[in-house]
Design a binder for this molecule. Sequence first.
Ligand code: AMP
Ligand code: MG
Length: 266
Amino acid sequence: MLEDLRVDPGTSARLAARDPSDRLGLDKQEGESRLEVLVERIDALQYRLHAEDRRSVLLVLQGLDASGKDGVVRRVFEGVNPTGVEVTSFRAPLGVERDHDYLWRIHAALPPRGKIGVFNRSHYEDVVAVRMHELAPEEVWRRRYAHLRAFEEMLMDEGTSILKVFLNVSREEQRARLQERIDDPEKRWKFRRDDLEVRRRFDDWLAAWEEALTETSTDAAPWYVVPADRNWVKALGVAELLAGTLERLSPQLPEPEAGIEGLRVT
Ligand code: AMP
Ligand code: MG
């Protein structure tokens, strides 16, 4: 089931062929209890990652507006030791960030050894948002695909495992969520008039993402497309993938000092 979510390197991400309202083979109740188990498992594995102190994990979360990136962070990491997790949300670069190359702020935000880093938006905005808002000419954003592949390969070689997730929301569900932002006074602050312009170009944004996923799904760091119309599926999919990434790393507790076993503390 999780293999189906992967964008196989060298093949198209085929977003239109993927169902945003898929349930990953479970009903909601099964999904919620599986999620609980996974969150506990992620916490236990993060403890070992910290103890081992050699490697780190980076979760990259992308998705169209209202695909629910913030909600995933809340659901997947409640119950995981906050000390072990570093979340960074990226907006359009400002001030000193604009005085450097586009990966400068990204590199500085990467998780140190022993931690799980979460990027809510990422270096991929430097291709897709830059392309869609015409912030740089095509030759500039297009050559970034190659930069990103090489950058991520270097990170993998040097001990950071990268899990990249695209939250795949349908056109109709995005409409409903944006409308809710307007209607619900608690959410209205999130809405900006510009969001309507992005909404109007839904298909173009999706096409730009499809190309980015296709170009940058590599053996070192493949993309996964998680169905995002149902909140529980979205959280479950990300938790499964993250737990799987940590299991594969199989972080080990360091050897204790010799002769400690059996000591009595008086
Ligand atoms: P929000 O996630 O609602 O706070 O919105 C963040 C906004 O920043 C989105 O409109 C993104 O497209 C935009 N953004 C994030 N990173 C970049 C970037 N590197 N270049 C341009 N826009 C960006
Ligand atoms: Mg927004």
